[in-house]
Design a protein around this ligand. Structure first.
Ligand SMILES: Cc1ncc(COP(=O)(O)O)c(C=O)c1O
Length: 393
């Protein structure tokens, strides 16, 4: 599920877990600490966007998002500001499947049934250029809506949460360039916290360590998971700035503590493998490799750009979505009942590759360490499955 970095059965990652097993498999982080968790926190603060100097562990992307939301809420509360309690999210956003994460989610298919259980969030348009009149028009709609909301309601809004640069679960939709930067600037200007959910985009996936790095954005809170352990172990984290941290730092009697923890928070086995994962990133110069591989994949996929049912090929780094359409010129979507994405994915499986569609979008998110020949084989399967299902060949 989009989290594998170095492939399976990687000796260095296996060794890190084995070594840690010889020490201690788990000890709580509630009121205590452990060495791998400390070392990993230190490492994360050196690679994260500037200002994110504090790390709060959890065990999945969704719990990391819950923590970010609760932190943002209590950040204002602890300063005596009680009105800033709602959140801004983006249309078709996905932040995980727990109740807080679903409350800032906006994919009706997944989320609508739970609406009566959720807290309400403000939803602004996501700049989906292919369906919203091109980059410029789509971006303008997003920024105008955000501006309007902030100018009128910032005093009630705790934070905005966004999947930076690429919205994943909605269909791998890439933001027009500059949009994330402008959104972050607007939030700063109006005193609203900016939460970057890098669960899918983090750890090299988009061609930078974090998608925020692509536009020099420094969020107040950032959520990471998936690739953090190379896909080996359920570890996630919510990173915060000193400013956010300071709002919770007070004498015991003041009760500003962030009361949130999970049994497996900061699991030493997971933190040890995360450290080994990050070392492999450096030893293998993986991020630079992603850029080269991304160009290779782009070139390979160009071959199907003109096919009659390939609507749009979207790509950022090694995060790729191919939107299939019934009619190329009018961009008419396939009907859901045709299950075009499912059928193309089943065909890919027959040909030897596992992938999972998002509606009519074929998803291709290979391990970052894939070699060029592996990428060539995978893109061949991807294109063949698309052509055979959409053109009946
Ligand atoms: C952007 C984003 N946030 C959060 C999550 C939830 O992560 P998890 O499945 O680890 O709870 C996902 C999962 O796909 C995601 O893509």
């Amino acid at each position: 599920m989009w989290l594998n970095i170095h492939g399976h059965n990687v000796p260095e990652l296996n060794q890190a877990i084995t070594d840690q097993l010889g020490q201690v498999a788990h000890s709580t982080l509630l009121g205590m600490a452990n060495i791998p968790a400390i070392e990993l926190a230190e490492k994360l603060t050196t690679i994260a966007p500037k200002g994110l100097n504090k790390v709060f562990y959890s065990d999945s992307g969704a719990t990391g998002v819950e923590i970010a939301i609760k932190m943002a809420f209590q950040y204002w509360h602890n300063q005596g500001i009680r009105d800033k309690r709602t959140f801004i999210t983006m249309n078709q956003a996905y932040h995980g499947d727990t109740i807080g994460a679903v409350s800032v989610g906006a994919i009706p298919l997944y989320h609508e049934v739970f609406r009566p259980m959720l807290f309400p969030s403000h939803v602004i348009p996501y700049p989906y250029a292919y369906r919203h009149g091109g980059d410029e028009k789509a971006m303008e709609a997003t920024l105008t809506a955000l501006c309007h909301l902030l100018e009128n309601r910032a005093s009630e809004i705790a934070a905005l949460i966004v999947e930076p640069i690429v919205q994943g679960a909605s269909g791998i939709i890439v933001m027009p360039s500059g949009c994330l930067r402008e959104m972050a600037d607007l939030c700063r200007k109006h005193d609203v916290l900016f939460i970057a959910d890098e669960v899918a985009t983090g750890f090299g996936r988009t061609g930078a360590m974090f998608a925020c790095d692509l536009e020099d954005v420094c969020p107040d809170l950032m959520v990471i998971g998936k690739g953090l352990t190379g896909g080996y172990s359920p570890v996630a984290a919510t990173l915060a700035t000193d400013d956010v941290y300071s709002a919770f730092y007070a004498d015991y009697e003041e009760q500003k503590t962030f009361f949130h923890g999970h049994s497996f928070t900061g699991n030493p086995l997971g933190c040890a493998v995360a450290l080994a994962n990050l070392k492999l990133f450096e030893d293998r110069n993986l991020i630079a490799g992603v850029k080269t591989k991304a160009s290779f994949v782009e070139h390979k996929l160009n071959a199907i750009n003109d096919r009659p049912h390939v609507g749009e090929i979207r790509q950022k780094g090694l995060m790729i979505g191919i939107e299939l359409v019934r009619e190329k010129v009018t961009r008419q979507p396939y009907d859901w009942a045709e299950r075009i994405g499912v059928r193309a994915s089943l065909r890919a499986r027959e040909l030897g590759m596992l992938t999972r569609p998002l509606g009519n979008v074929m998803v291709f998110i290979p391990p970052l360490a894939s070699t060029e020949s592996e990428l060539a084989a995978m893109t061949d399967i991807l294109t063949e499955s698309i052509i055979s299902v959409t053109e009946g060949g």
